[in-house]
Design a protein around this ligand. Structure first.
Ligand SMILES: [Zn+2]
Length: 430
């Protein structure tokens, strides 16, 4: 069975200039000669078959004897030779109204299969002939190499001037643990989660992230002060840049710490998040509007009361790096991370499918269930359930015995929230 998230295979490429030595130049020249021979073979196969260009595999059969008898290069190199020859013929025909012709590859360029490449101590090792290696120093001109090099190589493109290394950054090699998932709902001041293990809801809780929110807010304040008070524009720009840099470091640090802890405590689970990549523009705006209301309700300050889209809150919220949080967890977890469609996670009851209303920000009221749930925890339940659905093991909340023992944990407790806020206020004033 192919799982939906497996199709997300992505690649990243780094490239740099280099000076090829004589054996690489000889190799590239020999490969160009082979590609041209491949084009000739493919052309003659095509004219015998109603101008049908053969597949690279058919071409390889016709070229194999020649390759084995006339070169001592590793046998894998014949595959990209055939792929290149066919690609050249196809693109010529496409650009010339279906005309077919023997054309000549002029450039020195060769694609090399990943089997023949390896990275060793910042050098790219290429197997040209059996047990005969070429080494090229990797030039990391923009720092991306460090990010990508932890992934397997998908392909190397070598010309007489440039080296392009493509990495397969998809995480297909990580396992999906479908009987133990943890779904996260990311909020401004907390992240809420639900664990569903062996077909039962076993835990729901909330992790306080108000220190991240606070750090974001502090720096926003500092920056706006600078905007107002530093008159020299060059100095202001420099100071602002420095502040931005510091803020990013502090936030990254905090998110690193919290995600390391979370992954450590849940190493045997599959993490499930809302897929925020495609809803950045519309969805996040919508989310932000709601979150603004939450802050207004809580703070109840006069100046914001009449202005629910207060700029201060909007910018604060945009700065909470939800996506960064997800990426760090994804990177640190040994298991596959799942991303579910976020549409409706806070408007549809995961217990009964009924419509949810929100009398206040923290409440999700389901008329069907007849109760008011804690909005964030209920959303995390929704996300876990959707994750299981992606795994092909749907989970019916209302039909599970675990739901009846866990239900109370999902109910909205207004008193509890007020006490929490009071405690926080006391701590802050102390
Ligand atoms: Zn319901």
């Amino acid at each position: 069975m192919t799982h939906p998230w497996k199709s997300k295979g992505e690649t990243r490429t780094i490239w740099f200039y280099y000076n090829p030595d004589s054996s690489i130049l000889e190799y590239l020249t020999d490969m160009r000669r082979l590609i041209n021979r491949g084009i000739l073979n493919a052309y003659s196969i095509a004219v015998q078959n109603d101008n049908q260009i053969p597949s690279p595999i058919t071409l390889r059969k016709s070229l194999k004897n020649y390759y084995d008898n006339n070169t001592d290069y590793a046998k894998h190199h014949i595959n990209p030779v055939c792929r290149s020859a066919i690609a050249i013929l196809r693109s010529y025909r496409k650009n010339n109204d279906g005309e077919l012709k023997v054309i000549k590859a002029e450039k020195l360029a060769m694609r090399i299969d990943s089997e023949l490449t390896k990275i060793e101590d910042n050098q790219l090792r290429i197997t040209l002939k059996p047990h005969e290696y070429e080494y090229i120093d990797i030039v990391d001109k923009n720092g991306k190499y460090t990010d990508y090099s932890k992934y397997p190589i998908s392909e190397v493109l070598l010309t007489d001037k440039k080296v392009c290394i493509t990495f397969r950054v998809s995480t297909d090699d990580k396992p999906v643990i479908d009987n133990n998932v943890i779904g996260f709902d990311l909020n401004f001041k907390s992240v809420d989660y639900t664990v569903i293990r062996n077909n039962g809801i076993v835990e729901t809780n909330s992790i306080d992230t108000s220190d991240i929110a606070q750090a974001q807010r502090d720096y926003a304040r500092k920056r706006s002060k600078m905007q107002k008070h530093i008159i020299n524009p060059a100095k202001r720009d420099r100071k602002l840049k420095e502040a931005k840099h510091r803020q990013r470091n502090i936030t990254n640090d905090k998110i690193h710490k919290i995600t390391t802890e979370i992954v450590k405590n849940n190493s045997e689970k599959t993490f499930v998040f809302e897929d925020l990549t495609n809803i950045k523009k519309e969805g996040m705006k919508k989310k932000n509007r709601k979150r603004n209301r939450e802050d207004n309700n809580r703070n109840n300050k006069k100046e914001e009361k009449n202005n629910p889209k207060s700029k201060r809150f909007r910018t604060d919220i945009n700065r909470w790096p939800y996506r960064l949080f997800q990426q760090y967890v994804d990177y640190k977890s040994g298991n596959e991370t799942l991303y579910v469609n976020p549409a409706g996670t806070s408007s549809e009851c995961p217990v009964c499918g009924g419509k949810l209303r929100h009398p206040s920000w923290k409440e999700s009221k389901c008329i069907n269930c007849g109760v008011t749930y804690n909005r964030d925890k209920l959303a995390s339940l929704s996300i876990s359930v959707r994750g299981l659905y992606l795994c092909g093991t749907p989970f019916a909340v209302s039909g599970s015995a675990s739901w009846h023992s866990m239900k109370n944990d999902y109910l909205y407790h207004p008193d509890h929230v007020i006490i929490e806020n009071d405690q926080r206020l006391q701590e802050r004033n102390a």
